[in-house]
Design a protein around this ligand. Structure first.
Ligand SMILES: Cc1cc2nc3c(=O)[nH]c(=O)nc-3n(C[C@H](O)[C@H](O)[C@H](O)COP(=O)(O)O)c2cc1C
Length: 201
């Protein structure tokens, strides 16, 4: 039985293209693995806070020394990381916001990127600590086009997520893109074509 973690980051609900694309990816995965269990991590209904001094002090101090406030900060972060550890398949809905990821997703990574949990450093440099058997699907949507053409170098969304998960040790990553959602002539069919093109390996 596969555990799927679905990370949602668009504040829009019914009209969100990334939610629709991510949902379609999940449905395709469920066709392949009918008994898969899906857990939603909706970062818009329960967002990770912006990282502050108390959070950082917690992450860089031994658990034995933690105050009760630090214990709850640590638990919150550990719970998010457990979801990643338990997932066989991770689907991230990632709309392009100002050439990057929505702030909710950026804040989330501040609570999941932790030495000793998702990565470590040894004499050979950094090493990812998530099990490398995991599969990551990125459901990317954008107003412009970034997979080719002059705006390719503006994309700090998909390469960023790939870098984060690569750093965590997850290298099996596929990207589905509904792009050009603001460009007349493309916007009408982009999402539909992206959904049609979903293949699960
Ligand atoms: C705050 C905001 C910033 C955006 N920034 C960009 C951008 O930099 N580049 C782009 O191509 N589209 C941009 N868009 C368009 C979105 O990427 C596009 O509408 C996407 O489908 C939004 O995801 P959603 O439909 O899941 O909400 C932006 C949209 C919003 C609301």
């Amino acid at each position: 039985m596969k555990n799927i973690l679905h990370i949602i980051s668009s504040p829009r609900k019914e009209v969100s293209a990334s939610r629709k694309l991510g949902k379609a990816v999940i449905e395709k995965i469920q066709e392949k693995y009918p008994d898969a269990v899906v857990k939603d991590r909706d970062l818009t209904t329960s967002p990770a806070p912006l990282l502050n001094e108390a959070h950082i002090n917690t992450f860089f101090s031994p658990a034995e020394s933690h105050s009760s406030e630090q214990q709850s900060i640590n638990k919150y972060s550990e719970d998010l990381i457990s979801e990643l550890q338990e997932a066989d398949i991770i689907v991230i809905d990632s709309p392009m916001y100002n050439f990057s990821v929505p702030a909710t997703l950026r804040a989330y990574f501040d609570f999941t990127s932790r030495a000793g949990y998702t990565f470590k450093y040894d004499e050979n440099g950094p090493k990812g600590l998530l099990n490398n058997d995991k599969k990551l699907y990125i459901a990317f949507t954008s107003g412009n086009i970034y997979s080719q053409g002059p705006f390719q170098i503006y994309d700090s969304n998909v390469p960023y997520i790939k870098n984060i998960f690569g750093f965590y040790g997850v290298s099996d990553i596929s990207v589905f893109r509904a792009e050009g959602l603001s460009i007349p002539g493309i916007m009408e069919t982009s999402l539909e074509k992206a959904i049609e093109g979903i293949t699960i390996d």
